[in-house]
Design a protein around this ligand. Structure first.
Ligand SMILES: C[S@@+](CC[C@H](N)C(=O)[O-])C[C@H]1O[C@@H](n2cnc3c(N)ncnc32)[C@H](O)[C@@H]1O
Length: 340
């Protein structure tokens, strides 16, 4: 069968349908770098903005695929829905193409919130538009991790058929299987860079931090900023900038170093770089990260004070750790894929 790939992005639909032996006869994608990638991967030059593509440029096809832009419906966006001028009306372009070319099948994809948006009115309206141009449609939420692929990314999939969906069945998630990121990685990526000896040494220092962290408490999922261990500079109601360099002599900066030991005009340099901004107040997220890091220090001071000197020999960028494997094994090297 022939298919069109609208809002083609990286070509997820293309990969799937090509695997079934189908042929892509048209694609469109607005972003130049994605168009270039599409051509490199699939040898097909995608058209640009769908709003500028005349219907006559779209050849006859059997399946219309469209992952229409999801920001207007995404929980992460501002949920303007169809009112969103930039993206919200792109669905109408899809309906227009369906009406003109009448492909037998359609497959659409979007964020799951599309179904709930505007008390479900948005999806009901879209569904009616698809039915009005001749399709029986069905929707279902699925995520790759339900099929053995190591990614949790729930999406709503919408299928439609002009002659009815008949016995169509949604794929059933495979029984619970362990997924691993290793299954999605190249064994020998040509552009892989070696971890430098400095980073290896620093990760070993962080491993010692993790080893000492109380076993009965989850490791933090917010960034661990070791520079906040021992720091006392003001951060809640005012920033060090607002407090002024004179007042700073009463406080401690990065890793608890006394700021009074620094000349007044160099005192700001004794602070972590995230605290050196010329603002009267830090944004809430920064206040919260600083508070949480100081709390870690207050609760674990005994062993952190012994560990702290080890981290001082590394540059500030390595004095931070983000542990994104909550509940996972507390072994950094388990997550480092390969060292040569
Ligand atoms: C949700 S993504 C689609 C993902 C795609 N199915 C894939 O496998 O990568 C939506 C895509 O639509 C593109 N897009 C946004 N507005 C567009 C427009 N007016 N015309 C064509 N493409 C557009 C975006 O650049 C983005 O790549």
């Amino acid at each position: 069968m022939r298919f069109v790939d609208l809002f083609a992005g990286l070509g997820g639909f293309h990969v799937a349908l090509r695997r079934l032996g189908y042929k892509c006869v048209f694609a469109c994608e607005i972003k130049p770098h994605l168009k270039a990638l599409y051509e490199k991967n699939f040898g097909l030059q995608a058209a640009g903005d769908i709003r500028d593509v005349g219907i006559e440029a779209i050849p006859d096809h059997d399946i219309l695929c469209a992952g229409f832009p999801c920001q207007p419906f995404s929980k992460a966006g501002n949920q303007e829905g169809l009112q969103c001028l930039r993206n919200g009306t792109l669905f109408d372009n899809v309906v227009e193409i369906l009406d003109a070319r009448k492909p037998e099948y359609l497959i659409l994809e979007n964020v799951p919130n599309l179904l709930r948006h505007d008390k479900e009115r948005t999806w009901v309206g879209m569904r009616q538009s698809l039915e009005a141009v001749g399709y029986q449609v069905d929707d279902h939420r699925l995520s790759p991790h339900q099929f053995g692929i190591p990614q949790i990314r729930e999406r709503v999939y919408i299928v439609g058929c002009r002659s009815g969906l008949g016995e169509f069945e949604w794929p059933k998630p495979t029984p619970k299987t362990e997924t691993s990121i290793v299954s999605a990685l190249d064994k020998h990526p040509p552009d892989a860079r070696q971890i430098t000896p400095q980073v290896i040494a620093c990760l070993n220092v962080w491993q010692r931090f993790i080893d000492r962290y109380p076993k009965d408490v989850h490791l933090p999922t917010f960034p661990i900023w070791s520079m906040e261990f021992g720091a006392t500079y003001p951060y809640r109601d005012k920033t060090p900038y607002k407090a002024g360099t004179r007042a700073l002599c009463w406080y401690k900066g990065s890793h608890g170093a006394a700021l009074r030991d620094l000349p007044a005009d160099g005192r700001m340099l004794g602070l972590p770089s995230h605290a050196r901004v010329a603002q009267d107040r830090f944004p809430d997220w920064k206040i919260e990260f600083i508070r949480q890091n100081r709390e870690i220090y207050a609760n674990n001071r005994k062993w952190i004070d012994r560990w702290l000197p080890e981290i001082l020999r590394f540059p500030p960028s390595l004095q931070k750790l983000e542990w994104n494997c909550k509940g996972g094994h507390r072994d950094i090297w388990e997550y480092v894929i390969a060292i040569q």
